[in-house]
Design a protein around this ligand. Structure first.
Ligand code: PMV
Length: 360
């Protein structure tokens, strides 16, 4: 794939060494991306809330090297050298080299850390890959004449996508769309864009409390999961449904209709898991406690008229979503009724955020 718009002009400036630090958040999809074509092109559009607290902070130190034959880098997580991260980064570098020709000219020391515990079962690929893409692109920005903020964000999202699809939704906030959709102007399969229309006050500062039901390694990696959608008996219907759900959410974002929001969001989460249960091979990624939590949320909603709801990623943990004005009540409910279903009582309180930040 050659997306020529992202191939830079010859570098006009010189830079021997330096460093950049970015922190980039995780995101939680409302309409899910599940199924992709080559080069991380999504089979359907998706939309996510950008998170605030859950993030990766990455520093990239770079220095010019003698030859330009190979990639040269080392990577550290919380100060500890991580040889096992190298193949993933090497693949990422290979994929983006055409768009970031500086990669073979420097040696890189990549130092990264997450705000959430490494073994929490929270995927760090979205925040990790977007933070790395931003640091690398900051180097390019120094080597070029002016590039606008919009061009920078678009290319950062484009590069992040080539690291991990959903990472392209972590550059900006608070609501990001990725994937072509007929009714969303500017939407693209190549990068995420900030949702371009008005959003009702009900969705401002939306809360997300992540219940760590199972902190283990993911049973199925997301690339294996996406591949299971090839030849999946329900794939085409699912992709069409995602388009429809995007259209429905557009109306909901405008009107602030939380009842309808809940229906789409919960159905999307269960559909994602239904796709995994009906693929070949098949997987159940929810745990008994995931179902306990879902039932508790439904009971609470029934009893109290709350607008709390859940969504899931490709694992057992539950994201509890609720409007800001319910914060006190829902946190009380979580403490009283849901904490027991979390591994070691662990949960993370987060909320919608506004995207990545350059630290230095
Ligand atoms: O970005 P990936 O390849 O890890 O895929 C993420 C897929 C889901 O988290 C399950 C859904 C989504 O849209 O984020």
């Amino acid at each position: 794939m050659i997306e020529t718009q992202f191939i830079p002009k010859p570098y006009s400036k010189n830079l021997e060494s330096g460093q950049f630090t970015w922190s980039s958040p995780s995101n939680i999809a409302l309409v899910k991306y599940w199924g992709k074509k080559e080069h991380q092109i999504p089979e359907n559009p998706s939309v996510s809330f950008t998170l605030d607290y859950c993030k990766t902070t990455t520093t990239v130190k770079f220095s010019k090297k003698e030859t330009k034959e190979n990639f040269s880098f080392e990577i550290f997580l919380d100060g500890e050298k991580k040889e096992d991260f190298k193949p993933k980064i090497e693949t990422f570098f290979k994929r983006i080299e055409t768009y970031l020709p500086l990669l073979k000219a420097y040696h890189f020391k990549i130092e990264t850390s997450n705000s959430f515990p490494h073994s929490s079962g929270i995927a760090s690929s979205a925040s990790g890959m977007s933070a790395l893409a931003l640091c690398l692109l900051s180097i390019e920005k120094r080597l070029l004449e002016d590039i606008s903020e919009e061009q920078f964000n678009q290319k950062a999202s484009f590069l992040a996508r080539l690291g991990s699809g959903s990472a392209c939704r972590s550059i900006e906030g608070d609501l990001v769309v990725w994937g072509n959709h007929d009714d969303i102007e500017g939407s693209s399969n190549l990068f995420g864009i900030k949702y371009p229309y008005d959003v009702h006050q009900n969705f401002k500062n939306y809360q997300d409390t992540i219940l760590l039901v199972d902190k283990g390694e993911k049973q199925v990696s997301s690339s294996v999961g996406h591949n299971l959608m090839h030849g999946h008996p329900f794939a085409q219907q699912r992709f069409e449904q995602a388009h429809q759900n995007m259209s429905r959410l557009m109306t909901i974002f405008k009107s602030g209709d939380l009842e309808s929001f809940i229906k789409i969001v919960e159905s999307e989460a269960l559909t994602l898991h239904a796709m995994m249960m009906t693929s070949m091979p098949y997987f159940i990624l929810m745990k008994p406690n995931t179902l306990e939590v879902i039932n508790k949320i439904w009971n609470f909603r029934h009893k109290t008229d709350s607008k709390v709801c859940f969504t899931l990623d490709a694992g057992a943990n539950v994201h509890v979503l609720y409007p800001e004005n319910e914060k006190e009540n829902v946190l009380e409910f979580i403490k009283n009724e849901l904490v027991d279903y979390c591994q070691n009582g662990h949960y993370i309180t987060d909320q919608i955020g506004f995207g990545a930040k350059m630290i230095s």
